[in-house]
Design a protein around this ligand. Sequence first.
Ligand code: GTP
Length: 356
Amino acid sequence: MRDDVDAVILVGGLGTRLRPLTLSAPKPMLPTAGVPFLTHLISRIRSAGIRHVVLGTSFRAEVFEDHFGDGAALDVDLEYVVETEPLGTGGGIRNVADRLRGDTQLVFNGDNLIGVDYAQLLETHRSADADVTLCLHRVADARAYGCVPTDADGRVLAFLEKQPEPVTDQINAGLYVFRRSVIDSIPTGRPVSVERETFPDLLAAGSCVMGHLTAGYWRDFGTPADFVAGSADLVRGIAPSPAVAEPGERLLLPGADVASDAVVDEGTTIGHDASVGPRTLVRGSVVFDGARLGADVVVRNSVIGAGAVIGDGTVLDDVVIGDRARIGAGIELRGGARVWPDATLADGSVRFSADL
Ligand code: GTP
């Protein structure tokens, strides 16, 4: 057991990129492979032998405690610290300081899943006697991320948020190790961003900031495309999670009713009491609880909100349908369209579309 290490998970963001799904639930609580996303993260933390987990909450704070309580179901000791006004990533970390028990903290963005070995990450931090260690990942296009060049010894040289011409393909993976005293030195009472303020300030002050490059699984679940792809990765066992019992091509939750000639595959989840009609194809998608898909529907890489109703022959490709929306028959929506909760689209009314 790692009693010297606390896990801190930042879950206070508004999740604007995932709207309208995040209007009803905070991003880390969205169902992925049948459980809230956070369950996968906490299960991985627990299986690494860490028991003390502190959630830094703000937006819809009560939803977390209602679901996870004291953490006993996941065999962790779970605490919650609520920000009445969002304090940003650095402010959120500082705000949990009085709950910390160890000298070392693993700090997670609550919307990333990383296949790194936590013991190896902690070892990089310890052996360098670092102030902060950043978990890094290589991507083909680093423009949308924080770029983190390192020297030959793995020491971080700079922290450059979202550059048009990235100087390296190494990006901030959204998982850090902090020395406790560094957390105590973050200013209180105002929003602070670790990415924009804390890390650049530490580097300017000559602190020891290390990078730990990992080649394992990594995904930020923050956009609809990443959310559906990540959920499919979990269902298929590509993304690492002790909370997925039996990986497979599809996950049908209790009460799901799928017609015998329907095709459901590529990591799709069909939620509790949801139904899929005859000859319908659902591929690489997430269908939330109680949604109803008619006959001859095609759904690819999309999220269908809880209780939504999809008419016969409708095609949905790379779209998000809000909770309880009613999509008529013979409609075609593609390319990132989002339908707001409770909206109604009449039969055949739309082909390709922006947000509705
Ligand atoms: P977008 O609005 O879509 O960018 O999502 P987000 O609000 O979650 O922001 P982002 O993805 O950049 O946040 C990274 C992680 O930090 C997520 O797990 C957020 O929940 C968390 N986070 C962001 N801002 C805050 C904050 O002010 N307080 C706390 N406690 N957590 C935060």
